[in-house]
Design a protein around this ligand. Structure first.
Ligand code: URA
Length: 432
């Protein structure tokens, strides 16, 4: 077999065999296939796509490039949820505890933030003492004991994705729908959960910008799971404005705690209840999605979901006083209100722009090695469709910078105010 022939095959829009795909993935991971050859192949895939069989084989070759995580020592139904990435997306911190409080096992391996999207691990590390890296046996013990543990992904999980993602990032091939599907599903299927909930974000703060692409990505991911004998479903949800208000690590944890106390922003609370309800139904703990949602709401109301978050934080070394009293979180030195200078309706919000600005304030990273500041970020107070008067607060910026004038102007210009009242849907579709 020869990599040049394989590149030419895809360039000419022909179908790969399983062996050719394995040859490529293995050769790229062990370094015998050069970066420029892999780049060329990725671009050919970007333009010509992959058939269902190719995508399945590609995903499996990626999974087989590293360790797989056996969760069979965990008793009961094991659930994973994944978001394709957005701004202010802290749903794991609310949905996980709701499920755990009902006895569903939430054995979650999360990632770090990169670019404009945040990562659950960074958020959790704003709680003093919380350890995202614990021995695997301890992880299993915690899930068996309290139904929930959230840790970092093992370094050896799908090494092919780490290399391929970094290459896609610098070769203009991130946006290939089959490559996104393989990247996400390789990491999900490498871990032995029973139910996979996929939150496909749609909008100007997400990878997917139109509903057809979002549906396509959702269907491809579900097909890969089905072909692997696993259960997955996808919810396509809005990312044309930040989810909830908080963007940035401590701010997002505070918002998640408030939500578990029944005092969260409306959109964020609704999405968490919906996703939890869907999963509860899939786990056969409710006879309909609506009944699943009722159960989720009840676990917030009776305080048991918050108790589950506390259990998780305690089991992983975190200081639970912060969960009892979120005012203990250290926030940035400056709290600056960004005010509207015209009246009208909020017509659009540059969601990705706000994610990037929060990252620039220190809440995120450009490179995976960058250090982050947990105390900075943005509270986005206005939603699309809101009526705004001159002087109303659009956002609050938490910054440790001496000079914030430029960033304040940039935050302000992320809100488009005009004469048209628009409204956004929170959930576009559920695909099974
Ligand atoms: N998230 C992933 O894990 N991979 C992608 O390619 C895109 C989003």
């Amino acid at each position: 077999m020869n990599i040049v022939d394989i590149i030419i095959k895809k360039r000419n829009n022909n179908e790969f065999t399983k062996e050719e795909i394995e040859y490529f993935i293995n050769g790229y991971v062990d370094g015998s296939i050069e970066e420029y050859q892999a780049s060329s192949l990725l671009m050919a895939i970007y333009f010509n796509g992959m058939t269902d069989d190719e995508l399945f084989n590609f995903t499996n070759a990626m999974i087989n490039s590293g360790d797989t995580i056996d969760l069979s020592q965990i008793e009961g139904i094991k659930v994973d949820k994944h978001s394709t990435g957005g701004v202010g997306d802290k749903t794991t911190l609310v949905v996980g505890p709701i499920l755990a409080s009902l006895g569903i096992k939430f054995a979650k391996m999360s990632g770090r933030g990169l670019g404009h999207t945040g990562g659950t691990l960074d958020k959790l590390e704003s709680i003093p003492g919380y350890k995202t890296s614990i021995p695997f046996e301890k992880f299993i013990e915690i899930v068996n004991d309290i139904n929930i543990s959230i840790i970092g992904q093992s370094k050896d999980l799908v090494p092919a994705d780490k290399k391929l993602y970094a290459l896609r990032d610098v070769t203009g091939t991130v946006e290939s729908i089959p490559l996104i599907a393989a990247s996400i599903m390789s990491k999900k299927l490498a871990v032995g959960t029973d139910i996979i909930s996929l939150d496909v974000k749609l909008g100007n703060g997400a990878f997917m910008n139109n509903i057809d692409d979002a549906r396509k990505l959702a269907s491809l991911m579900i097909n890969i799971a089905k072909k692997s004998g696993r259960s997955a479903f996808a919810t396509i949800t809005n990312m044309d404005e930040p989810l909830g208000e908080a963007i940035g690590n401590s701010l997002e944890v505070i918002e998640a705690i408030n939500t578990l106390n029944g005092k969260g922003p409306k959109d964020f609370t609704e999405l968490c209840i919906d996703l939890a309800g869907e999963i509860i139904y899939e786990a056969k703990m409710a006879q309909s999605i609506d009944l699943g949602k009722d159960l989720a709401k009840a676990q917030i109301k009776n305080g048991k979901a918050l108790e589950s978050l506390k259990n998780c934080v305690k089991a992983q070394g975190g200081d639970i006083r912060y969960i009892d009293d979120p005012s203990l979180f250290k926030l940035a030195k400056k709290r600056l209100e960004v005010k509207a200078n015209r009246s009208g309706y909020v017509e659009a919000i540059d969601t990705k722009g706000l994610g990037i600005l929060s990252s620039r304030l220190g809440a995120g990273r450009e490179k995976i090695t960058d250090k982050i500041n947990h105390s900075t970020g943005i509270l986005s107070k206005a939603k699309v469709g809101d009526m705004i008067n001159v002087g109303d607060v659009l956002a609050i910026v938490y910054s440790d910078f001496a000079d914030t004038s430029k960033i304040i102007e940039e935050v302000k210009s992320s809100y488009k105010i005009g004469d048209n009242k628009k409204s956004l849907k929170l959930i576009y579709d559920v695909i099974r």
